[in-house]
Structures are given as C-alpha cells and as structure tokens.
Design a protein around this ligand. Structure first.
Ligand SMILES: Cc1ncc(COP(=O)(O)O)c(C=O)c1O
Length: 396
C-alpha cells in the first residue's frame, strides 16, 4: 500500500493479487483493532496531556511498566518487580541490544536449529559466532548442551548467551517440555550460562495457559526474557518489554541513547497502557486466541488431504506456525512451482545458521525437505485454498 500520490511503501507486506502466501508471519489486517486504537489514542493523549509527547523515561513510562507487572501476574508463574522491567521497541530491537550488551566481540551465541531466521540475521550482524544446538519434538535438546559447552570452552572460546524460543517456537510451533525447562534452568545456573528467552508468542496460547517462562523459573541474573505487544495487539506499535534481574535491566535502560531520548515508542507505550487499563488488551488477546485456534484447525485439516503421502507436520499449542516435512524432495527447489500455483511457504533451511559443523538434531537434518507455514494472515477459507494449491504443485 502507498500513500496517495507516493510510490513509497507504508507497510512491509505487499499484497500480490490472487496469491495466498503462507510464508508471511504477519497478522490478518482484519484482526488489527484499528477503530478501537483510534479511540484509545485520543483517550491517551487527553489523559497524559503533554507528558505523552515529552521525552520518555529511559526504562519506559511507568503506566505500562505497572501494566506489564499486572499482566504477567496472570499469564506467567511469577510477576516481575517494576525494577526488573525495561520497555523496548519490540523483541527485534531488544535482541539487537542484547547482542551488543550481553556478549563481547568474538564470543559464541548458541541458537536452536532451526530458529527464527531474522534472529539469525540480527545476531550475524554483530561480530559474534553463531553455534547451532540440536532441537527435536520436545524443543531444545538440553541434554546435548553440556558436551557442546565443554567443546566450545576447550577450544578457548567463550559463550555470550543462548538464544531460545521455548514457547510456540518459530518456525516449528513446538514448545519446550516442562522437564527440559527445569533442566535448562538448572544447567544454565551450574554452567554460568546466560539465557535470552524470546517469549513473543506467550499470549497466543490455544489449549490452556502457556507454560511458565524460563525467566520465572530461574534464579536472578540467569535469564533475560524478551516480550512484545506485536503479536498480541499490533506489530506497528513497536512496543515490547524485557524482564531481567535489576542489574541486567539497568544495563539496558542505562544505555546512553535511552538516557538521551527516552525509551523507544514512548507514545505507543502509553497507548498500550491505556489498552490494558480500559480492558481492550485482554479482550483482544481472547479474540486472537479464538481466531488463530480456528485457523490452526483449518490449516492442519487441509494438510491431511492436500499433502503428498508420508508428509508430517507439527500440531502447535499456540503461536503462528506449523512445520511441515515432506517424505522426499527439496523444498527450496520446489518453491517456484508452489508460487506459480498462487501459494507459498518458507523453505526449512532458511531457519538454519549457514555454518553447521556438528549434528543438529532431527529437525535440522530434515530441513531441506521441510517448510514453515503461517496461519496468522489469512481466513480459514483462504488457508484451505492455499494448501490445496500447494498440495497440487507439490504432488505434480
Ligand atoms: C520468534 C520471534 N521473535 C521476534 C519476532 C519479532 O518480534 P517484534 O515484532 O516484537 O520485534 C518474531 C516475529 O515474527 C518472532 O517470530
């Protein structure tokens, strides 16, 4: 979409007529609360007056910090104290800051294989070495970690942190088991390993409450949890938060650029606080859970009839994505046929770091015949049609 008279794009996603592309992990425009936010933007400006347009506090405006405490009290097993929170410009911005603040140049960053492809690119834009860890149906293979750590340390390298998406993982939709959560937190404490927990999908839980965050289970200083309002309200707000112990939170809020300008997204942060105070936020989350649960069902049901025999896929309990594995074939090579048919996916190997020296577990080994599908952007009817087209192209 462009401004009238301007060729420049407004949003990242550009609709291609006739194409139902399930590559995109974006929300359905019909699920973005435009009218409600228009009303509450007015309320916010009236309520906070000039303070809404002033430079913000470095850790973010107090009303949203308090609202995050209140929300996590309901959705996680332990709420943070206000001084354990720093508001961010979303998980992407917070991960960029983490790469800068939590690791020294040359250090190793451990990641799951597969993992969020843009996280790989953010981390790779810093002078850091990315090392993949095995991942299976139960999430990160925590049992493999001691040997990996020992090998890295024996070679004289140091680990900056482990980046993990334990809840409704991107790209697989899988969730780290409770046993492995416990084991990971214990191991991290014993090994002095810092965990950066990407918790962006916590609110999009379809089959009961999301599991407790690693942050809520770990001793202070062991985990930095990155949360966001991108998936639960609207990505365009660019508002997120992190929870960490006070010293780590202050490392983020004490950065000179925040001291100079205040937290990113000051006015949108106050708007989110108003959404919480006025009840729009919990109602919106409930609406999204219902809509996305229906879409998950529609997509997974459609796969049963459309995909080649022997194809498997995950059944995520939340989030945006399922991970599909064909019995044979290269999904990168077959993408153009799928696109020609008016559908689309992201090939599995996109989610692997380029350097994969060791065995990375069953999902990574099958990544070349796998792909990620998102149910977030399209109606159940369009999802069914897209999967039908995809199946025809893949079977043809
Ligand atoms: C795992 C993961 N982390 C982070 C993001 C981006 O988060 P934000 O919009 O808060 O920057 C996404 C969005 O697709 C994601 O899937």
């Amino acid at each position: 979409m462009s401004l009238p008279g301007s060729p420049l794009p407004v949003a990242e996603f550009v609709e291609m007529p006739g194409v139902i592309d399930l590559a995109w992990g974006h929300p359905d425009p019909d699920l973005l609360p435009v009218e409600e936010l228009a009303e509450l933007a007015r309320t916010t400006l009236r309520r906070f007056g000039p303070e809404a347009l002033a430079y913000g506090a470095p850790a973010g405006p107090g009303p949203l910090i308090e609202a995050v405490v209140d929300r996590l009290e309901r959705t996680d097993s332990r709420p943070p104290r206000p001084d354990e929170i720093c508001l961010t410009g979303g998980v992407s911005a917070a991960l960029e800051q983490s790469a800068k603040l939590l690791a020294d140049p040359g250090q190793v960053i451990l990641v799951e294989a597969p993992t969020y492809h843009f996280a790989l690119r953010i981390l790779a834009s810093h002078p850091l070495e990315i090392c993949p860890l095995p991942f299976d149906a139960g999430g990160l293979v925590v049992e493999a970690l001691p040997e990996r750590l020992a090998r890295i340390r024996a070679s004289g390298r140091k680990v900056g942190f482990l980046y993990t998406i334990p809840t409704f993982h991107n790209p697989t939709g899988l969730t780290l088991t409770l046993e492995r959560r416990r084991a990971l937190v214990e191991l991290a404490e014993a090994e002095g390993l810092l965990l950066v927990e990407d918790d962006v999908y916590r609110e999009l839980s379809f089959d009961g409450p999301a599991p407790p965050s690693l942050w809520s289970q770990a001793p202070p200083g062991r985990v930095v949890r990155l949360g966001s309002f991108a998936k639960s309200l609207a990505p365009g707000l660019r508002v997120g938060y992190l929870t960490a112990d006070r010293a780590l939170a202050e490392r983020f809020s004490g950065q000179p650029w925040l001291q100079s300008g205040g937290a990113p997204s000051h006015l949108p942060s106050l708007l989110v606080a108003t959404c919480m105070a006025e009840g729009l936020y919990p109602a919106n989350v409930q609406r999204l859970q219902i809509a996305y649960r229906q879409r998950r069902e529609a997509l997974l049901e459609a796969l049963k009839t459309a995909m080649p025999q022997g194809t498997t896929w995950t059944r995520p309990a939340g989030g945006y994505f399922t991970w599909v594995t064909l019995p044979a074939g290269d999904t990168r090579a077959r993408l153009s046929a799928v696109k020609q048919a008016g559908s689309g996916y992201i090939p599995g190997t996109t989610f692997l770091p380029p350097k994969r020296p060791e065995a990375c577990g069953p999902l990574a080994e099958r990544a070349s015949r796998s792909f990620r599908l998102a149910w977030s952007r399209y109606s159940p009817e369009n999802l069914r049609e897209s999967v039908r087209r995809m199946g025809e192209a893949l079977r043809g």
